[in-house]
Each structure stands twice: as structure tokens, then as C-alpha cells.
Design a protein around this ligand. Structure first.
Ligand code: DQA
Length: 147
């Protein structure tokens, strides 16, 4: 059986996880987060593709590519682009691939500029404030939808 492809996307500054404001984002690295998702996916017959970029256009190009690759779902932490990027939101809407949004921190309990997500209206759901576990919860939600 060919495994289904699920794309996990990490936006700006998330490459610094582990050392970036650990009191807010914890000590797990991006590699740790991806490794846990790859293991969880493998158990369920899913191939996890991971992509990180600090550039809005790079993230948008990767979303477009996902369509032609047959990616069945996207899990994205758009970082600060969550609060600013109409272009990223439009890319998700354009490809119409079911997408879950994840934030390590509880954005609603932080500065007011983090309270609004321009991405959320084009997602299936949003998981916030659960730390790295949030990605695994999103993957479980994706896998449940695929059943
Ligand atoms: C974040 C929250 C954003 O507001 C912030 O800009 C990030 C990380 C989170 O995972 O909690 O870069 O997306």
C-alpha cells in the first residue's frame, strides 16, 4: 500500500526551537517534533513530509507543490505569519487541502496582536497551547478524518 502524504509546515523562527524563548516554546527542537510525527505517521501508514521556511513565498510555493504531489492534509504552524499573511491564507484556500493550524503557545493568552489568526478561517481546526504535543494531536485528527 502506498502511504498517504501529510505535509507538516513550520513557519519563521521555528528552526530555532530548543533555544528560542524556551520559557514560551519549550526545549524541544524542530527535529524532535518532526521525529515524533514521522514515527506516529509510520504506524498509521502515513508519510510525513516536513518543511520549514523563514520566507512567506517559500511557504506558499511549498503549499502549491503539495497539490501536485497528492498531499492529503497539511499541518501548519505559520509562526508570526499567522497574524499577518493574507497570501498564506489564500494559498491554503487555493489548494483546498484540509489543513490544521498548530501553535505551541496559547496565542490567546499573549499579546493582543497574536489573538487574531488570518489562517484559522481556512483551516479544519486549530490547536493552541499544548506545546509540541499539539502537532501530534493535529496528526491524530488528520488520521481520524482519513479513516
Ligand atoms: C507561534 C505563535 C506566534 O504568535 C509566534 O509568532 C510564533 C510561534 C506558536 O507556535 O506559539 O512564531 O506560532
Amino acid at each position: 500500500m502506498i502511504p498517504v502524504k501529510i505535509l507538516v509546515m513550520h513557519g519563521p523562527n521555528l528552526n530555532l526551537l530548543g533555544t528560542r524563548e524556551p520559557e514560551v516554546y519549550g526545549r524541544e527542537t524542530l527535529a524532535d517534533i518532526d521525529a515524533a510525527l514521522i514515527a506516529l505517521g509510520a504506524n498509521a501508514g502515513a508519510q510525513i513530509l516536513s518543511f520549514q521556511s523563514n520566507h512567506e513565498g517559500g511557504l506558499i510555493d511549498r503549499i502549491h507543490q503539495a497539490k501536485s504531489e497528492g498531499v492529503v492534509a497539511i499541518i501548519i504552524n505559520p509562526g508570526a505569519y499567522t497574524h499577518t499573511s493574507i497570501a498564506l491564507r489564500d494559498a491554503i484556500a487555493a489548494v483546498a487541502i484540509p489543513t490544521f493550524e498548530v501553535h505551541l503557545s496559547n496565542v490567546h493568552a499573549r499579546e493582543s496582536f497574536r489573538h487574531q489568526s488570518l489562517i484559522a478561517p481556512v483551516t479544519v481546526g486549530q490547536i493552541v497551547g499544548c506545546g509540541p504535543l499539539g502537532y501530534q494531536l493535529a496528526l491524530r485528527a488528520v488520521l481520524a478524518r482519513l479513516k
